[in-house]
Design a protein around this ligand. Structure first.
Ligand code: ANZ
Ligand code: ZN
Length: 857
């Protein structure tokens, strides 16, 4: 079907309204304390060059909320910007020889234009681009403040090293032991790195989750697990023949009598020391470092160990000793990097014990089991039970035994109770060019010296080369040379740049005061707008970005930047967009645009060769099952794309992109256009009052009010697909209005206007035009959301007479047996009644149910 052949000219109309909104600056936000504020934010895009359907869905969802809240009378802030630092710009520089800044700027320009065509109600005046010095100079200052407050520090640590990208990778960037982009096997290296002390807030971040009741449960759970609070004990084992102790962290001190060996991480100090003059151990350690540091991988890998020859004394059992192994399943970064193993009650320990033929001593007896019979073969028993084989702990339940074991350890000074977190401090150093420079200087005499705040920003050099592997900042002939701010001697700049999650951890606060040159943002403005009332984005950010932002907000609060602890009051995570996949006979992927589908068969548009249709999966460039938003906007207009995005599935679920679905949305838009611009009969004038209604007409009027009522709830709950279905029902109803009597005319007026208002957050261009077509001069963006009359929400109704001081003043239709208070409210709301009251407050209101209301004034 050709778009041109129908009445609705989306091309001109969409352009017209976009221009109009821009000229009027319709969506510019200002502090206005006379209204409640509402901050709507979608996760800002990485400027890759073109928007994809995921963006369209994300921003459409946010835009519906923004437009709806605005119509509801909120002072709405809805900004947009660019998460502009990161690797792809550098890769483009390497591959295509364009400067990352140039690549980024031109991508931003084209994506801004593409977004403009979607008709989003954005305040572009607050646009933020994170790679610009006027943005990152503030985060350099924040970093200095964090260092001052003890929230940032430098330490040597083990990192995942991508030998191809020449950079440190976060655990999450290691997939199956390989770099997420390069695919190269990851190595472990020790490096000096800058860290942000997120662990300082571990408890607060955990407790804060409780209050985030407008966040999806799954995200709250993921954050909980990520922080991973556990309580247990530290046990100090005496190492035979050595002064130092082996410090072990355990969550199961109740199983100490089942201990059969101890194990330490490959990079535990004891292991490193022993490896120095033990080539076999050296080789073993090297083998362990080839394995990624992610927990998942360690869980999957074969359990391997190396006997150190050292032994510890059992703290409770006189004369009993336990061997110390170096084991690949013990992580240096968790607890103390050393464990005691109880194979009967831990699967990893059991796998290890079976492999190296070590004791398996059960100490927890399942309920009802016979102690003489119970044994553990190849599956550890990890449930509750009664302790046995354990001297003074015998007969206790697990929890009681934990406490008893801890108190004994404390008495004999062999350990103590402790709390442990999985959460690690956040390593923010990256050996990359296209990031925010860490504002620090290395001086031979003074050590590490912060760049004075007055010297900020530390900008990136423009003349860089990407010919050599490694960090271009490090290779640059002069950039790092500087003088020490303390002693004036020659010194060198830090060449690390920040992890790009640094920029995205505070951009939502920058939007509150985006042009402030002096500081990151004004405190009052941040306090006014924050927290974000509704944040919308992908669930892939459930942990890192959201946790870092929560940490940052607390850190900024601690440093006096603002008085908010939680940045995002409400969070919504949208589903993905999926599409069928197509392959030719050689197995090559084909774009949907290259495929013609006919009942049951699919062929290549150009060659006519048969095409295999595969199942629908997330749209991705590699499988070519993508539809370019620009094509859709060109063919059908933005309103159609928006409406389709909203109609087909609940927004938190995956959405199946189909051509027929898009056409359905396009047809509907045209139906609405025709219904209102070429109505089947006259429309009552603007502001016409309601005539007597009965029968079918009254039912339809009720439907209008019911739709208003239910749709408000749908939108509050972000049930957009339900909202669309409801609006479609309403338009079916309104299409059935026939004749040109007063009631029909009125129904068209109230019905069409309501329909237009209700559709406006979803299809803003169409409705803006129709609002004018209906005879209005004001812009729909300034028109309030409709209110449902409560009395119209019930089906069966009665007509009630209203008397003021004995005189009949009005008649109203209310639901049969409606509550007296509702009837009273509706009666008093009548214009005629108010006129008769002459501003007086009624002394008495008597409601005779289903008959009459007497007002005495
Ligand atoms: C003895 C024991 C006996 C353990 C038993 C478990 C079961 P969660 O619950 O995740 O906090 N562990 C401690 N540090 C470790 C490290 N650096 N690398 C690998 N494993 C480590 O896990 C805590 C348990 O994981 C600890 O309790 C310890 O093993 C192990 F029947 O101690 B347990
Ligand atoms: Zn110095």
């Amino acid at each position: 079907m050709s778009a041109e052949s129908t009445l609705y000219n989306f091309r001109d109309i969409e352009a017209k309204w976009q221009e109009n909104w821009e000229k009027q600056q319709s969506f510019q936000a200002q502090v206005d304390r006379s209204k409640p504020k509402y901050y709507v934010l979608e996760m800002f895009p990485y400027p890759s060059g073109r928007i994809h359907m995921g963006h369209v869905r994300n921003y459409t969802l946010g835009d519906v909320v923004a437009r709806f809240k605005r119509a509801k009378g909120f002072n709405v802030l809805h900004p947009m910007g660019w998460d502009a630092f990161g690797l792809p710009a550098e890769n483009a520089a390497i591959e295509n020889n364009v400067h990352p800044a140039k690549w980024t700027t031109s991508n931003v320009a084209s994506m801004r234009e593409q977004l403009g065509k979607l008709g989003l109600s954005l305040d572009w005046d607050r646009e933020v681009t994170t790679c610009e010095p006027d943005y990152f100079k503030h985060e350099q200052k924040m970093f200095l403040d964090f260092v001052e407050a003890g929230l940032a520090y430098r330490k040597e640590s083990w990192v995942n090293w991508d030998p191809v990208e020449n950079t440190v990778l976060a655990n999450e960037q290691v997939v199956d032991g390989k770099g997420w982009r390069s695919g190269a096997p990851v190595e472990r290296r020790r490096l000096n790195q800058w860290f942000l002390k997120i662990t300082e807030f571990a408890d607060e971040l955990l407790e804060g989750i409780e209050g985030l009741d407008r966040w999806p449960d799954k995200v709250r759970l993921m954050q909980n697990n990520w922080i991973g609070k556990s309580s247990g004990a530290r046990v100090h084992f005496d190492i035979i023949g050595r002064e130092e102790k082996l410090e072990v962290y355990t969550t199961r001190p109740d199983t100490l009598y089942g201990a059969s060996f101890c194990a330490i991480a490959a990079n535990h100090p004891i292991s490193e020391e022993l490896a120095k003059d033990n080539p076999d151990l050296q080789a073993f350690v090297a083998e362990c470092s080839r394995m990624g540091t992610s927990e998942e991988e360690i869980e999957k890998a074969d359990k391997l160990g190396f006997d150190t020859g050292l032994e510890v004394k059992h703290p409770f059992i006189e004369g009993k000793t336990l061997k110390i192994f170096v084991a690949n399943f013990v992580l240096m970064e968790y607890g103390t990097g050393a464990i005691f193993a109880c194979p009967a009650h831990d699967q990893r320990d059991l796998d290890f014990a079976r492999k190296y033929d070590l004791d398996v001593i059960p100490v927890v007896l399942p309920e009802g089991a016979d102690p003489a019979e119970f044994s553990v073969e190849n599956e550890a028993y990890t449930d509750s039970g009664t302790i046995y084989n354990s001297d003074f702990l015998n007969g206790m339940e697990v929890d009681a035994a934990k406490e008893a074991a801890i108190s004994k350890l404390e008495t004999i000074k062999a350990g103590e109770g402790t709390i442990n977190y999985r959460l690690r401090d956040w390593g923010v150093s990256r050996q990359r060019y296209w990031g925010c420079p860490v504002p620090m200087i290395h001086c031979d005499d003074c050590g590490i010296v912060p760049v004075p705040a007055s010297d900020l920003p530390v900008k990136l050099p423009e003349d860089v080369s990407f010919d050599q592997p490694g960090n271009p900042l490090d290779h640059h002939p002069t950039w790092k040379n500087c003088s020490c701010p303390k002693c004036g001697k020659d010194a060198q700049r830090e060449t690390d740049t920040f992890d790009t999650f640094f920029e995205s951890s505070w951009y939502f606060a920058r939007y509150c005061d985006a042009h402030n040159e002096e500081k990151a943002f004004d405190k009052d403005l941040a306090n006014y707008w924050l927290p974000v009332d509704q944040y919308v984005g992908g669930v892939e950010h459930a942990v890192l970005h959201l946790l870092y932002s929560r940490f940052f907000t607390r850190a900024l609060q601690k440093c006096g930047y603002l008085d908010v602890a939680e940045p995002f009051d409400g969070l919504f995570t949208q589903g993905m967009i999926c599409h069928e996949t197509y392959q030719d006979s050689d197995g090559k992927w084909l774009f949907p645009a290259d495929v013609e589908k006919d009942a049951g068969s699919a062929t290549h548009v150009k060659t006519g060769a048969p095409v295999t249709v595969g199942r629908s999966i997330k749209m991705s460039k590699s499988k070519k099952n993508v539809v370019d938003p620009e094509d859709i906007v060109e063919t059908y207009g933005a309103d159609t794309a928006r409406l389709f995005m909203l109609s087909d599935s609940p927004p938190d679920r995956d959405l199946e992109w189909t051509e027929s679905g898009v056409e359905g949305a396009w047809k509907y838009i045209n139906r609405v256009w025709r219904m209102i611009t070429s109505p089947k009969g006259p429309i009552a004038p603007v502001g016409a009052s309601q005539p007597e209604m009965s029968g079918k007409n009254l039912d339809l009027l009720r439907m209008v009010h019911k739709t208003v009522d239910a749709l408000g709830l749908d939108l509050e709950r972000l049930h957009f697909n339900k909202a669309v279905a409801r609006i479609r029902e309403l338009s079916n109803g309104l299409e059935a209005v026939k004749g040109d009597d007063e009631a029909a005319q009125y129904l068209r007026r109230i019905g069409f206007e309501t329909l237009v208002k209700l559709l406006s957050p979803m299809t803003p261009h169409l409705t803006a035009e129709l609002w004018h077509a209906l005879g209005h001069k004001d812009d729909l963006t300034d028109v309030a959301w409709p209110e449902a009359e409560k009395s119209m929400l019930v089906d069966e109704s009665v007509t009630i007479a209203i008397q003021v001081n004995g005189k009949m003043r009005a008649k109203i239709d209310v639901a049969k047996d409606a509550e007296n208070s509702l009837v009273e409210e509706a009666a008093l709301a009548q214009d005629n009644v108010q006129r008769a009251l002459e501003g007086k407050t009624p002394k008495k209101v008597i409601v005779v149910p289903n008959r009459i209301v007497n007002i005495v004034a």
